[in-house]
Design a binder for this molecule. Structure first.
Ligand SMILES: *[C@@H]1O[C@H](CO)[C@@H](O)[C@H](O)[C@H]1NC(C)=O
Ligand SMILES: *[C@@H]1O[C@H](CO)[C@@H](O)[C@H](O)[C@H]1NC(C)=O
Ligand SMILES: *[C@@H]1O[C@H](CO)[C@@H](O)[C@H](O)[C@H]1NC(C)=O
Ligand SMILES: *[C@@H]1O[C@H](CO)[C@@H](O)[C@H](O)[C@H]1NC(C)=O
Length: 365
């Protein structure tokens, strides 16, 4: 086992074949990590369409992003969800107790947006909150779970992210599965993303239960547009590698939060690193960036078919951190379904000079 190989970021080498058990929320969705675009990290709760019409949470933002997914090649490499996040709603439910979109910012409503996506071969994701209010102070779904599930299904929404603000975390164990039950009862397959473990003490999370109830779950704080934020997520994923990888598989995924490639903070090398790591994690690939203004180099990273193929591998394994902080580099590996192993060599040094990294095959087995 003396053969060594040296790589810049990732590579696929011969590995081993084996199988895993598949179980989880029985809606047949997300058999590989979902891909698409999500508004939150880049556009937050900007509702000031008067002064900032291009950057506010509005119908136009989502149709613009859909147009770019469809015409700039993203859809064709797999990005097909356009996900709305917080701050889309009117401040109160209507007189029938139903949620509806803010009428000025979404003049044609959410049903129109869903149709807009479907016409372009895309899917629409919506956002709600398990508590009495969303994190941004809009109406929450507590005591309205069934009504809201029906509303989303009537609008022909394809995905729901259910946040956990303004609620009692001890209610999650019943509440999150209950929403999954009501989504199922609508008869419409709706991908279900739960923020459930992100609000709990990591040592108290039982991923067996969560993986049965949700297609995705956020398990760490919100990503920010910074390299430090990425490093803290990567460390969380490495330090909790065993527990997290045991929870993950087709239909049920750990979600380290959005890709910030193409935003303000990351350099070219840092951008490649985030994409390679999210790929080997088997993470959902939800970009949060401005596709109207993204530099070509960032687009090329996000559309790298080989890195996407590692992410989309049908075994759905999460990569393992094999080497940690040796000369400040890390090695991550992931077994793939076609008898190969993907490798990420991650150089965390900021000394300003490249370093040669090498990995021994004996590390794999
Ligand atoms: C609802 O759950 C049942 C089994 O639990 C499954 O067969 C069915 O496909 C699910 N339907 C939807 C729409 O998710
Ligand atoms: C949360 O729920 C638990 C169990 O029902 C209860 O003991 C606790 O007081 C609640 N906490 C708050 C802040 O309401
Ligand atoms: C997690 O929940 C499952 C199903 O209820 C249970 O069998 C298991 O013992 C729990 N795990 C831990 C670590 O509590
Ligand atoms: C890949 O599979 C082999 C054989 O089952 C196993 O020994 C090895 O630890 C796995 N590697 C990773 C990175 O999971």
């Amino acid at each position: 086992m003396a053969r060594k190989f040296v790589l810049l970021l990732f590579s696929v080498v011969i590995g081993f074949l084996y199988t895993i058990n598949v179980h989880g929320l029985d809606n047949g969705l997300a058999l590989t990590p979902p891909m698409g675009w999500l508004a939150w990290e880049r556009f937050r709760c900007n509702i000031d369409c008067k002064n900032n019409p291009d950057n506010c949470i509005s119908q136009k933002l989502f149709t613009d992003m859909a147009d770019h997914l469809a015409k700039d090649g993203y859809r064709d490499v797999g990005y097909n969800y356009i996900n709305v996040d917080d701050c889309w709603m009117a401040k109160k439910r209507n007189k029938n107790g139903r949620l509806y979109a803010d009428k000025e910012r979404f003049p044609k409503g959410i049903k129109y947006l869903a149709e807009y996506m479907h016409k372009r071969g895309l899917k629409l994701g919506i956002y709600g909150d398990f508590g009495t209010k969303t994190c941004g102070g809009y109406p929450g779904s507590e005591f309205h779970l069934q009504t809201d599930a029906e509303t989303f299904a009537n609008w022909k929404v394809d995905s729901l992210k259910l946040d956990g603000c303004n609620s009692n975390t001890s209610d999650y164990k019943k509440g999150y599965p209950a929403m999954g039950h009501y989504l199922n009862k609508t008869g419409r397959p709706i991908l279900y993303s739960c923020s459930w473990p992100a609000y709990l003490n990591p040592s108290k999370v039982n991923y067996t239960i969560i993986a049965k109830a949700c297609n995705l779950w956020r398990n760490y704080g919100d990503i920010q547009d910074s390299w430090d934020s990425i490093l803290s997520i990567v460390d969380f994923y490495g330090n909790n590698n065993k527990v997290l990888s045991a929870a993950q598989g087709p239909g049920h995924w750990n979600d380290p939060d959005q890709l910030i490639v193409g935003d303000f903070s990351l350099s070219y090398e840092q951008s490649k690193s985030q994409f390679a790591l999210w790929s080997i994690f088997g993470a959902p690939l939800y970009m949060s960036n401005d596709l109207r203004k993204i530099p070509t180099w960032a687009k090329d990273i996000l559309q790298n078919r080989e890195v996407i193929a590692v992410n989309q591998d049908k075994l759905g394994l999460m990569g393992k951190r094999i080497v940690y902080k040796k000369n400040n580099y890390e090695v991550w590996m992931k077994n793939l379904s076609d008898v190969t192993t993907a490798v990420v060599l991650f150089n965390r040094n900021v000394q300003g000079t490249p370093q040669v990294l090498s990995v021994d095959y004996s590390m794999v087995s």
